[in-house]
Each structure stands twice: as structure tokens, then as C-alpha cells.
Write a protein that binds this ligand. Structure first.
Ligand code: DC
Length: 227
């Protein structure tokens, strides 16, 4: 008998986490959970409510606790609903992305989101992607992966990804955003981005996505059999 396991994928922005996590989930018949989209959704609601991240941290924490998050499959595509509003597109704007970093540094926001994420993964059969999944959210996950790539490579990929969506952006601007976000995410006091001691690390600059996915799928299969 095989048992579905928990897969934690962490790493900085633009390392290829999303596409790898989605492909692994698809190959295994697992549910893919993008925790970054949840932090972005809180940032979107902060903007919508006209709150200020510098002065309204307590209120933002309360707001995060009131939101109902649900990932739904719509025509084979994973979409995030917050209280029945499909926020999948709006959370991808630059404004929301930039605000999501200070919002994610508010301890009460993290408490609420971590609890929601744990609840989503209790049954196993999940590939959860984020910054603190292997260290904080699912420390018992059977498979932990840390995906990285150089900042320039990550900026190049993000540029391509945006181009695919018809958005033109400047390379240097993207690179500056990535570096600033890395700095904030890895130096913040609460749940900074760091590799779990027992995570397998992949530096993906010169790796094909398919090779990373194949490798991971094999690791997940082995973990299932050992479970
Ligand atoms: O992966 P992303 O760019 O969509 O993440 C958006 C922001 O949320 C980013 O600043 C890092 C933060 N984040 C976090 O603190 N913890 C997570 N588990 C996922 C994302």
C-alpha cells in the first residue's frame, strides 16, 4: 500500500518553484498549494480596505484571520478564491506583489495563514510551495525541497513569464525587485526564508525544468513506498 505524503517546496521568488510544484503535483495526482498567493491575497485585501502596512499591522492581522481561502480547480487550472472572490489574477500585479512582502512579515498574518495551510495539508497528497513550508508549516513533511537560482537567472525567467502573459517589463527593474524582496524575506524576524536542514537543495540555473521534476517525482514515489 502506498500512502500519499506531504511535499514541501521552498525557495526565493523566481527559482522555478511554481512550475516545478505544479508539474510534480500533476504527475502524482496531488493537490498543489501556492502559499505565496495567500500572502498576496492578504496584501490585495489590505489595498482594497485602504489600510497602511506601516501603521495598521494589528488591523491587518485581524483581517487575515477573517479571510476564507480556498484553492479550486477551474477547468484544470488551480485558482485561489478568497470569500468567493477569484483573486488569481489580481494577486499577480506588481503593486500587490511588492506589498505582500511587508504584509507577510506581520506575525499575526503568518499565524493565521500557517494554520490555514496546515489544515489544507493534513490528509497528505499535497505539494505546498512557499518560503517556510519545510521549516515552519510542515516540519514533518516527508519530502522537503529547496529550489534556488542566481538572481539574474530568476529575473530572466520572470521577464519571460510576464512576456508570456503579454506584460512588458524592464530587466533591471525586475532584478532590483527580486533582490529587494530576497533581502526582506531572508532577514525578517519571523520565519525568514531559509533551507530546512533536511531539505534537498537544487540550484536550477543550468537545469532543465523537466529534469528537476523527474528527479522529484522519483523522490516522492520512494517516500510514498517507504511510508
Ligand atoms: O512566492 P510569492 O512571490 O508569490 O510570495 C509573495 C510574498 O509572500 C513574498 O514576499 C514572500 C511571502 N511568502 C512568505 O512569506 N511565506 C510563504 N510561505 C510564501 C510567501
Amino acid at each position: 500500500m502506498t500512502r500519499k505524503v506531504q511535499v514541501a517546496i521552498d525557495g526565493p521568488a523566481g527559482a522555478g518553484k511554481s512550475s516545478v510544484a505544479k508539474a510534480v503535483a500533476c504527475a502524482m495526482g496531488y493537490i498543489y498549494i501556492d502559499t505565496g498567493a495567500m500572502y498576496r491575497a492578504v496584501a490585495y485585501r489590505v489595498l482594497k480596505a485602504g489600510l497602511d502596512v506601516d501603521t495598521d499591522a494589528a488591523e491587518i492581522g485581524r483581517l487575515a484571520g477573517q479571510l476564507g481561502f480556498e484553492f479550486r480547480d477551474v477547468n484544470g487550472e488551480q485558482r485561489l478564491f478568497v470569500d468567493e472572490e477569484d483573486v488569481s489574477e489580481v494577486v499577480r500585479t506588481r503593486e500587490v506583489g511588492n506589498l505582500s512582502s511587508p504584509v507577510s512579515a506581520i506575525p499575526a498574518v503568518r499565524e493565521h495563514l500557517v494554520a490555514a495551510q496546515r489544515a489544507m495539508a493534513t490528509a497528505g497528497g499535497t505539494v505546498m510551495e512557499g518560503r517556510d513550508i519545510g521549516t515552519v508549516v510542515l516540519p514533518e513533511a516527508e519530502v522537503k525541497v529547496f529550489l534556488t537560482a542566481s538572481p539574474a537567472e530568476r529575473a530572466r525567467r520572470r521577464l519571460e513569464q510576464l512576456r508570456g502573459r503579454g506584460v512588458e517589463r524592464d530587466f533591471d527593474e525586475i532584478l532590483a525587485d527580486i533582490k529587494a524582496r530576497d533581502e526582506r524575506d531572508s532577514t525578517r524576524a519571523v520565519a525568514p526564508l531559509k533551507k530546512a536542514d533536511d531539505a534537498i537543495e537544487f540550484v536550477t540555473d543550468n537545469m532543465e525544468k523537466d529534469d528537476v521534476v523527474e528527479h522529484l517525482v522519483n523522490i516522492v514515489r520512494r517516500a510514498q513506498e517507504n511510508g
